[in-house]
Design a protein around this ligand. Structure first.
Ligand SMILES: [Ca+2]
Length: 128
């Protein structure tokens, strides 16, 4: 995702898994996720960003500040958030401050005039 600025918010700073970080798990896996818009082609809904597959992706429409929100279903202690782009090796990782607890994670492009948000997968590492 070169050239794009992402803002990841741990709202009220809060799963189930794909892979494990020792005692942490990907609490975003299979959870409800929605985008600010969709690209207009079927098959690119927000749920594609939390389905455990790096081979498909969510895809917003073109807009100034597209976003994706993941509802974790309940509060979790969150340690790290990883966003993988269309190519798996392109990754942004953000670490939350200690004792960050929340239920919603929002990823948003905050600069530029017209952008599309296309995360292949978002991993939220945390625990209850
Ligand atoms: Ca995916």
């Amino acid at each position: 995702m070169p050239g794009l600025v992402f803002l990841v918010l741990c709202l009220l700073c809060s799963g189930d898994v794909a892979v494990s970080h020792d005692e942490l798990k990907n609490v975003a896996y299979g959870k409800y996720a929605f985008q600010s818009s969709e690209c207009g082609v079927p098959g690119y809904s927000g749920s594609k960003a939390v389905n455990g597959l790096f081979t498909d992706l969510a895809h917003s429409g073109a807009e100034k500040t597209p976003f994706l929100v993941i509802d974790l279903g309940k509060n979790y202690v969150i340690q790290e958030i990883e966003v993988f782009a269309r190519k798996r090796w392109e990754r942004i990782a953000m670490w939350c401050t200690v004792d960050t607890v929340g239920r919603y994670v929002k990823i948003q492009i905050t600069s530029g005039v017209s952008n599309v948000l296309t995360p292949a997968e978002v991993l939220v590492w945390g625990h209850l």
